[in-house]
Design a protein around this ligand. Structure first.
Ligand code: IPD
Ligand code: CA
Ligand code: CA
Length: 267
């Protein structure tokens, strides 16, 4: 497993450096939805990662954002890849994005590597072995009070069509915390919870590639990851709440009270 872990880190690094070649250049933009875009850089990064995996582990399955699921003879182990998390930032020349690579075996994420090539920060975790930032162990924060907490969130691409309950949850949370950031990369949001720069993160309607590596990195850094009710998190599920553990119950209360509020309004 150590060997596969090192391989994942190496490929995340190479894909991140590939992305840097396209940053601050004019982009070829294609539309996956009204505000959901893909650039030539997403595709180049995904190609590089998939080729590396197919050369090294031809039997492994690959679930990649831009090309979907390819079974290499078996359904597992399965690589789960976001070749560029933060595409909107990238396309606008806002240097806040990363590459995210995870490996799933028997329904569990066993390793993850997330690389921010701008800051040259490699976040990684191997199940049971802790989480690391550039090879140094990382831990979640000790913040116990929401008024002293810096939180992160994001908005789904269909926000304009389905603004609720996303906006109500954002409103409830920003009125309770020291601050809430919407930086534009869910994978980096999770890494920042893992290393204590953020104290908590929530988002809904994400995809497996957004959270697979980050979920393990947060857990291995001592944090807690669940859905909004506090139940077991699945990368195939619809909601993620990741915190330092101390803030988890308070955040669940806020997130679920909004859900109830929205249901009550409908009834
Ligand atoms: C997006 C980012 C963003 C989150 C979106 C994601 P992409 O991923 O992680 O922060 O709010 O919901 O889809 O499209 O840049 O890979
Ligand atoms: Ca993403
Ligand atoms: Ca992406």
């Amino acid at each position: 497993m150590e060997e596969i872990y090192k391989f994942a880190i190496k490929v995340a690094y190479q894909a991140g450096e590939e992305l840097m070649k396209f940053l601050f250049q004019p982009h070829q933009i294609d539309y996956k939805g009204e505000i959901n875009i893909v650039t030539e850089a997403d595709l180049a990064s995904e190609r590089l990662i998939k080729e590396a995996i197919q050369n090294q582990y031809p039997q492994h399955a690959i679930l990649a954002e831009e090309s979907g699921l390819k079974e290499g003879g078996k359904t597992e182990p399965k690589w789960i890849i976001d070749p560029l998390d933060g595409t909107t930032n990238f396309a606008h020349g806002l240097p806040w994005f990363c590459v995210s690579i995870a490996l799933e075996i028997d329904g569990e994420i066993v390793l993850g590597a997330i690389y921010n090539p701008v800051l040259k920060e490699m976040f990684s975790a191997l199940k049971g072995q802790g989480a690391f930032l550039n090879d140094k162990p990382i831990k979640v924060s000790q913040t116990k009070n929401l008024l002293k907490a810096l939180l992160a969130t994001g908005f789904p691409y269909d926000i304009q069509k389905r603004p609720e309950p996303v906006l109500s949850r954002f409103k409830a949370m920003i009125l309770r915390a020291r601050g809430v950031r919407r930086a534009g990369s869910a994978a980096l949001d999770l890494c920042y919870v893992a290393c204590g720069r953020f104290d908590g993160f929530w988002e809904e309607r994400l995809h497996p590639w957004d959270t697979a590596a980050g979920k393990l990195i947060v857990e291995e850094a001592g944090g807690r990851v669940t859905d909004f009710k506090g139940d077991k998190y699945s990368i195939y599920g619809k909601e993620i709440l990741a915190t330092n553990g101390f803030l988890h119950e308070d955040m669940i209360k806020i997130l679920t009270s909004v859900q109830e509020g929205v249901n009550n309004e409908k009834n």
